[in-house]
Design a protein around this ligand. Structure first.
Ligand code: FAD
Ligand code: SIN
Length: 546
């Protein structure tokens, strides 16, 4: 398949027309991973933190359920590790799982020390359950607004930290790389000042996921896969891209932008019903409503098909109203805006694209295959999630790997004796004729197509159709030089969707969130592997030992 790999940069380079700035460590992204990375990186030098919107615009800020950590005295990081491995269906990296689950309590205590107001019961941090977790180990805040509390806490601390300079409203177009040196910075476009170059001794990519390639998604508008696309163009190895997680329960009401109805609702006893009012999950999985997300999403799709109705329902009417309102104030308010009283009425839901399991391949310290380039959070793939992610493990991963990536980037910058600049690089945005392209129209078409054929159920036939259309759109979209965010995001979405399609096509089995109706069984003999992809080597199969 074509991946537009001849283009290294989204815009052309020319002479020294743009401002150049310097940083020891450049951090791209203001979600949990980027914020956490910036805080540790700033312990040793000047950090520049860049975000394309306001700092608060992120998937992190939308997170509801919580952060997983074995805090209960009956619980242990060994149990947390085992649950994570079970969900990952044979392809997690056990060493990464061990290290991240072991560090979880420390990262939670640190956040609490920094002022995060986690919900408490009898003075202790309150814990709830989510699908696939054998114990109550989900730490939450403000009922169902954990992500906002985590983000606000970290943003506050970042703003108070000397040595962190913030540039919001600044779109990173591409990473700048040199053959011997690896990543030397990035090309930015600031909303008010235009293009500029930042030279950095180390760069941390924390740009989040790519849920916006799907029409139905819980993700924030920023989640257009920019980090994954720019890492690919810069030569980094990506992995596990075919594993994209769909959340079973997004609010299905016209105008509600597929807002999430947290899995914690089912953790607190919420029941799934079909249009006939029947509870259906027990017939699909022994864990019923708390089965892994892939199983619940597929069951809902089957029930929708069989009942011929447009959605299924979450029923919370049997839960004490006082408890519902205390635990889920955000969901209560959200539904109320659409005239749904969650204490008296069922909530219409459908699955939606939620979490990018694959991403830039990294180790525990966030190191990528490109020297001086680190990645963390949803843009990265550590091997924690394997083929299916346990709820509430990704904020945790962002906190842990963000901290270690920030530390490794700081150490890399400290060991760098030479001062930037690399004045050999000069940039100018060329005037480009893109007026014939209706970017919003292509974007909508891409999202509809990916939802239909790259979504919860995949077949070779459907994937072929996606591949064909992506190549066609790519021919007239990728060759152009756009001058605004919507165009650059479309190019990144096309890049990510085409990579995802190629590996989804290759994996002729079903495992975790990757479900092929034409290959419905898991095939360990052939496919207990990762699929790594890079510009240089194309797709390579990497066997999982054990
Ligand atoms: P994000 O938080 O998405 O931040 C990405 C950042 O990158 C943003 O600042 C953005 O501006 C910046 N960026 C992107 N592209 C560019 C560019 N080109 N130039 C400059 N900046 C750029 N996980 C859990 O563990 N528990 C939960 O309860 C939970 N609930 C969720 C609920 C919802 C509705 C969603 C969508 C996700 C949820 N998740 C949850 C998943 C989790 O929130 C995310 O995986 C995690 O927050 C990702 O963090 P991040 O730092 O990697 O990226
Ligand atoms: C949720 O609250 O259901 C989302 C949790 C997650 O995605 O980890």
């Amino acid at each position: 398949m074509e991946h537009y790999s001849d283009r290294r940069y989204l815009v052309s380079f020319d002479s020294a027309m743009v401002p150049q700035i310097f940083a020891d460590v450049l951090v791209i992204g203001s979600g949990v991973a980027g914020l956490r990375a910036a805080l540790t990186a700033a312990e040793g030098g000047e950090v520049l933190l860049v975000a394309k919107g306001q700092l608060e615009e992120s998937n992190t800020s939308k997170a509801q359920g919580g952060v997983a950590a074995a805090l209960d005295k009956e619980d242990s990081s060994a149990l947390h590790m085992q649950d994570t491995l079970d969900a990952g269906q044979g392809i997690c990296d056990p060493e990464i799982v061990r290290a991240i689950t072991a560090e979880a309590p420390e990262r939670i205590e640190e956040l609490a020390r920094w002022g995060a107001n986690f919900d408490r019961e009898d003075g202790r941090i309150a814990l709830t359950r989510e699908g696939g977790h054998s114990m109550a180990r989900i730490v939450h805040a403000l009922g169902d607004a954990t992500g906002k509390e985590v983000a606000d806490t970290l943003i506050r601390r970042v703003r108070e930290t000397e040595g962190i300079k913030i540039m919001d409203g600044t779109f990173v177009l591409d990473l700048l790389t040199m053959p011997e040196e690896g990543c030397v910075g990035a090309l930015l476009h600031d909303r008010s000042r235009g293009p500029m170059i930042v030279w950095a001794k180390a760069t941390v990519l924390a740009c989040g996921g790519a849920g916006r390639i799907f029409r139905e998604t819980t993700n924030a508008p920023i989640a257009t896969g920019d980090g994954i696309a720019m890492a690919y163009r810069a030569g980094a190895t990506l992995t596990d891209l075919e594993f994209y997680q769909f959340h079973p329960t997004a609010l299905y009401v016209a105008g509600a932008s597929r807002a999430l109805i947290s899995e914690a609702v089912r953790g607190e006893g919420g029941i799934l019903r079909n249009a006939r009012g029947e509870r259906f999950m027990p017939k699909y999985h022994e864990l019923a409503e708390l089965a892994p997300r892939d199983a619940v999403s597929r069951a809902i799709v089957t029930e929708i098909r069989e009942t011929g109705h447009t959605c299924a329902y979450v029923d919370m009417r049997h839960i004490a109203a006082e408890r519902l309102v205390r635990r889920f104030p955000g969901i209560r308010d959200l539904c109320a805006q659409f005239d749904i009283d969650i204490t008296r009425e069922q909530v219409p839901i459908r699955p939606a694209a939620h979490y990018m399991i694959g991403g830039v391949q990294v180790g525990f310290d966030g190191r990528t295959s490109v020297p001086r380039l680190f990645a963390c959070g949803e843009a990265a793939c550590t091997g924690l999630h394997g083929a299916n992610r346990l709820g509430s493990n990704s904020l945790l991963e962002g906190l842990v790997i963000g901290h270690h990536a920030g530390d490794a980037a700081r150490r890399t910058a400290e060991s760098e004796s030479r001062e930037a600049p690399h004045t050999r690089f000069k940039v100018r945005l060329t005037a480009a004729r893109t007026d014939a392209i209706d970017v919003a129209d292509v974007t909508d078409s891409l999202r509809a197509l990916c939802w239909r054929s790259l979504g919860i159920e995949r077949t070779r036939f459907g994937l072929d159709e996606v591949a064909h259309m992506l190549v066609f759109w790519g021919r007239y979209v990728m060759a152009k030089e756009f001058r605004d965010r919507a165009g650059w995001e479309l190019q990144n979405m096309l890049q990510v969707a085409s990579l995802l399609t190629e590996v989804a096509m290759m994996r002729e089995e079903s495992r975790g969130v990757h479900f092929r109706t034409d290959f419905p069984k898991t095939n360990d003999a052939l496919w207990k592997t990762h699929l790594d992809v890079s510009r240089e080597l194309g797709v390579q199969q990497r066997r999982v030992e054990g």
